[in-house]
Design a protein around this ligand. Structure first.
Ligand code: BGC
Length: 364
């Protein structure tokens, strides 16, 4: 009996259909927990050289995702695996199909930058049954057991840095202690990062709003009011046009604007220029896109938050390589509940970039 059980466990593990994560408590499989009288197989890990490692990205509409689309294949191949990398054009069904097809091709690790953090449960659960390890990349995957870990820059901390950069700019360029007039923007509501960035920023700004040091002239302070569907710059630009037209006198705008990323920052600044505003608002951003790095040098965009792509890819590959030797994910830096599971996070630290450190961070 014992031998039979052991053989089944070993065979399933060898076939990759049983995930025996221990250290991080990440075992998504409920059927597979080895009972006390079963010796765990001693063979190596879940992934072998030459295995298919597959990546589904949400879109290539911002520089970070375009870079990931380009760099992932090289990095996966350099680590000795086969690579498949696709981007889903911000469409959930595309991403679901991509993941299904990765499973059919026998992918051992599926790395996902989710279009919508809530819409992947079923396909990922199928992928898990087929034995794949699932890693979220940059964005969380919510409300499913079928995620083993997430690699990202600290998302709440990113929002805190965005607000701190905005305040630093307001103090330096508008008035040292306020009061300041500000408008708020957030990213695409389907992306769990958008809410985390916004919550992080509001943890810094809300006390100042409560103290009336900051006034939000439009009164739009809820995430649902300030979010930018699909992270589309053009939608942010239209909203800024309306905010200016509806709340500010001609040629005047807010002192500062909270922006969730660089594309939206440039849209906000462009709308302000188009409205004939001479004193452009202090605007933060995210991603340190080439164009925004230049705008920071030129003094047009006050700040960005850098979260470079290659280190995040490297961390994802490092985890994959660890699975060549072990059936456990290496220890993460923390865990965050995705609604149904405490998911290990592998977090990197983002950095504020302003004119003061732009040349040091991005030598010309
Ligand atoms: C990423 C940002 C990016 C945004 C829009 C977010 O999930 O963290 O770097 O700007 O998506 O593509």
């Amino acid at each position: 009996m014992k031998t039979k059980k052991y053989l089944r466990v070993a065979a399933l593990a060898a076939a990759g259909s049983l995930i025996l994560f221990g250290g991080c408590g990440t075992g998504g499989e409920t059927s597979g927990s080895p009972s006390a009288d079963v010796e765990p197989p001693v063979s190596a890990g879940l992934v072998a050289p030459g295995d298919l490692i597959a990546v589904s990205l949400p879109w290539v509409g911002t520089q970070n995702w375009a870079e990931a689309n380009e760099l992932f294949a090289k990095s996966i191949e350099a680590a000795g695996f086969k690579a498949a990398v696709q981007a889903a054009d911000n469409k959930v069904p595309n991403q679901q199909q991509q993941i299904d097809s990765f499973v059919e091709q026998g992918a051992k690790v599926i790395i996902v930058g989710a279009v919508d953090g809530e819409q992947l449960g079923t396909v990922l659960e199928n992928a898990k049954v087929a034995g794949a390890v699932i890693l979220g990349y940059d964005r969380e995957i919510k409300n499913t057991q079928a995620v083993d870990g997430v690699v990202q820059y600290n998302a709440f901390g990113t929002g805190e840095l965005q607000a701190e950069a905005l305040l630093e700019g307001l103090k330096a360029n508008v008035s040292p202690d306020g009061p300041w007039v500000v408008e708020l923007f957030a990213g695409g509501p389907a992306d769990p990062n958008a809410k985390l960035f916004f919550d992080g920023a509001m943890s810094v700004l809300q006390p100042l709003i409560d103290a009336k040091t900051i006034t939000i002239t439009s009164g739009q302070v809820e995430f649902t009011q300030v979010a930018t569907a699909d992270w589309e710059n053009s939608k942010a630009q239209s909203r800024m046009d309306s905010l200016l037209a509806g709340n500010y006198s001609a040629g005047k705008g807010p002192d500062g604007v909270l922006s969730p990323n660089d594309g939206i920052a440039r849209a906000i600044i462009t709308a302000s220029e188009n409205a004939g505003i001479k004193n452009l608002p202090i605007v933060d951003g995210l991603d340190a896109e080439d164009e925004s790095v230049q705008w920071i040098r030129d003094g047009k965009q006050y700040a960005t938050v850098a979260k470079p792509t290659q280190p995040m890819i490297d961390k994802t590959i490092e985890i994959t390589q660890a699975l060549e030797l072990s059936k456990d994910l290496p220890a993460g830096t923390s865990v965050r509940s995705n609604g149904v599971k405490d998911v290990p996070l592998f977090e990197l630290t983002p950095v504020i970039v302003t004119k003061a450190n732009v040349n040091e961070m991005f030598p010309a």
